[in-house]
Design a protein around this ligand. Structure first.
Ligand code: KG4
Ligand code: ZN
Length: 342
């Protein structure tokens, strides 16, 4: 089954073709980052309008690259949520229009299920069951995954998501949006032992996360060391390093707890923050000590992309899941509400 995947939940237009036999055939991505950079974050209305401009040309581009025509597509998968309502509606409308015109099924995919399954696109995919750490701009969750659609939420963020904390700390340090990669780059120049930042909620049992206190601690450190509102270069880098190490260590402690609680030896990390090198290294070392293995997607499939949506949609479509032609876009959608595959 040849599935066209459409991702438009936020500030990236991602399009891909995934075949249930041949695997990933083609994919492309257009990032709106530059457009939103002037505003220091994603402007929802601008995002929607840009998806309108990009989605059809990108579908043509992917078909051309794959040497396929629209008529060869067997089904369309699109991100139905969670995400920005206007942006989601663009992908949903295009998917439903195409499906109607071609007389093929369409299916709304959960954005975080897409992220969670993205490591399946790699050469050595994880085997079920595993624990997944979903770390993106909007989510920090630990999920026990028994199979596609069999998700048990083990831990969740009580306030800011990890990616959101990276983005806000980037702003404090005068870095552009999206902040995660920039904070990581600056942290490489820093001494991570100069400041000791808290590891929130690691001194008590449980698997929930809270990064807002760490964010405030970072802001207070910035204020304490700024001279006339300006930080010297080394202090900026040292603060970035202290923050990154605190987030990474907090996530590592919770991941170790989660795999032990779940009794599994495989850990999957997915979502934008899973591209973070320090996080990957520390989790890899931890999993080695636990005699287990860490799995993640290539960097371009950690952040938003169409390939993960085409893949996740394909699994559900092949299993026979269908929906009607009504437009579907849901801003909030708990992962656990997804139906299991039969
Ligand atoms: O998964 P994603 O592309 O979009 C959402 O679904 O939210 O994640 C974006 C988030 C942003 O907060 C960004 O700052 C963060 O992932 N991010 C990183 C890195 N790359 C992206 N955070 C830390 N280190 C990175 N290398
Ligand atoms: Zn995402």
């Amino acid at each position: 089954m040849l599935v066209l995947g459409i991702e438009t939940s936020c500030d990236e237009t991602g399009i891909a073709l995934y075949d249930s036999q041949a695997g990933l055939i083609a994919h492309t991505l257009y990032s709106q980052v530059e457009m939103h950079a002037d505003y220091g974050g994603v402007v929802p209305e601008l995002a929607s309008r840009d998806h309108v401009r990009k989605v059809l040309p990108l579908i043509d581009e992917v078909l051309l690259a794959a040497g396929k025509t629209k008529k060869q597509i067997d089904a369309v998968a699109y991100t139905a949520g969670p995400g920005l309502m206007g942006a989601l509606l663009v992908g949903s409308a295009v998917a439903k229009g195409l499906a109607f015109a071609l007389g093929i099924p369409s299916l709304g995919v959960h954005h975080m299920e897409g992220h969670l399954l993205a490591p399946m696109l790699e050469e050595t995919p994880p085997e079920f069951p595993f624990v997944a750490l979903l770390v993106s701009g909007g989510h920090t969750q630990l999920v026990k995954v028994g199979a596609v659609g069999d998700y048990v939420l083990m831990g969740d963020s009580l306030d800011d998501a990890a990616g959101e904390a990276f983005d806000k700390v980037a702003k404090m340090l005068g870095l552009d949006y999206p902040g995660g990669p920039q904070v990581a780059r600056l942290a490489m120049q820093g001494d991570d032992r100069r400041f000791s930042f808290p590891r929130p909620m690691t001194d008590r049992p449980g698997l929930d996360f809270s990064f807002s206190g760490l964010k405030t601690f970072t802001l207070n450190t910035v204020h304490a060391h700024a001279v006339d509102g300006v930080l010297d270069e080394q202090t900026r880098a040292d603060i970035a390093a202290a923050f990154e190490v605190a987030v990474v260590e907090t996530l590592t402690i919770k991941c170790r707890r989660a795999i032990r609680d779940a009794g599994v030896k495989s850990l999957v990390i997915a979502g934008g923050v899973s591209a973070n090198k320090r996080l990957r290294k520390q989790l890899e070392e931890m999993m080695l000590r636990e005699r287990g293995k860490l799995f993640y997607a290539r960097p371009e499939f950690c952040t938003d992309n169409g390939a993960m949506i085409a893949y996740a949609g394909c699994q559900r479509l092949v299993a026979g899941q269908r929906e009607d032609l009504q437009l579907r876009a849901v801003a909030r959608w708990p992962l656990e509400q997804l139906p299991a595959l039969r």
